[in-house]
Ligand binder design. Structure first.
Ligand code: CTP
Ligand code: CA
Length: 226
């Protein structure tokens, strides 16, 4: 997609993107998180900005510079991400959930550092809210885009998530593949639509993958307007 130049296909369109991991505290010095770097979400924000969109980026703890021109919210926990995303949802036309949200969090955070005075340690975990599932239930006019990080049965697991979360576009990611998923600068994905339509995007930089995803969203948006 070397033809992806600055354009106005998303002018006056509000796009909310989540990126990065979430981080769940165990005690004041420890946490549970995952390997998400935020690169895919940040690349999506840049691609949407290139199309003239009003971009809001909500990111967990990452080591990346927010792209110039977006509204940036930095969060730590799933609870914080949940709160801000729900608050901003109504005013969005497009929501892309690229964040790798922690599925569980410690039932409670110890107020003091846990000491190693017992042979084994068990941490009770409770389930976090599924932000995207809630957005799917709430959506009215929004185009909802989700990711699926899988290590096996990629297409069937991803298709199931797309249905359950009422998505308009699913980006299925085989994170066990060489050069794909967490931490990498490249990715390889399958775009899936509720119609059953599928499009494989072979190994490319996250910038290129992001532009492909945004192009697909623009197509969906234009079809909706017709
Ligand atoms: N997601 C979310 N809130 C969560 C968990 C996931 O919004 N608590 C979103 C992710 O941002 C992603 C999509 O749901 O867009 C799928 O995430 P994934 O981890 O692949 O699937 P889960 O539904 O969490 O199921 P599982 O981890 O068991 O495969
Ligand atoms: Ca998950």
């Amino acid at each position: 997609l070397d033809h992806f130049h600055r354009n106005q296909t998303l002018k006056d369109v509000n796009v909310l993107i989540t990126a990065g991991p979430t981080m769940e505290p165990i005690d004041p010095v420890r946490y549970i998180s995952n390997h998400s770097s935020g690169k895919m979400g940040f690349a999506l924000a840049k691609a949407a900005l290139l199309c003239g969109a009003n971009v809001t980026l909500v990111a967990g703890p990452v080591h990346l510079e927010p792209p110039a021109g977006c509204t940036y919210h930095s969060v730590k926990t799933t609870k914080e991400m949940h709160e801000i995303v729900l608050q901003l949802f109504d005013q969005q036309q497009i929501v892309i959930k690229a964040a790798a949200v922690a599925d569980y969090r410690p039932a409670e955070m110890a107020t003091q550092k846990i000491k190693k005075n017992q042979p084994d340690l068990t941490i009770q975990m409770v389930k976090n809210p599924d932000i995207l599932l809630e957005l799917g239930k709430k959506k009215t006019h929004q185009i909802l885009v989700g990711f699926a990080a899988e290590t096996e049965n990629v297409a069937s697991y991803a298709a199931d998530k797309m249905k359950r979360k009422r998505l308009d576009l699913m980006v299925a990611n085989d994170v066990s593949r060489e050069g794909a998923g967490f931490q990498h600068d490249t990715n390889e994905v399958i775009l899936m639509k509720p119609s059953g339509e599928m499009k494989e995007i072979s190994l490319a930089s996250k910038e290129i993958i992001a532009q492909e995803i945004i192009s697909e969203i623009v197509t969906i948006l234009n079809r909706k307007k017709e």
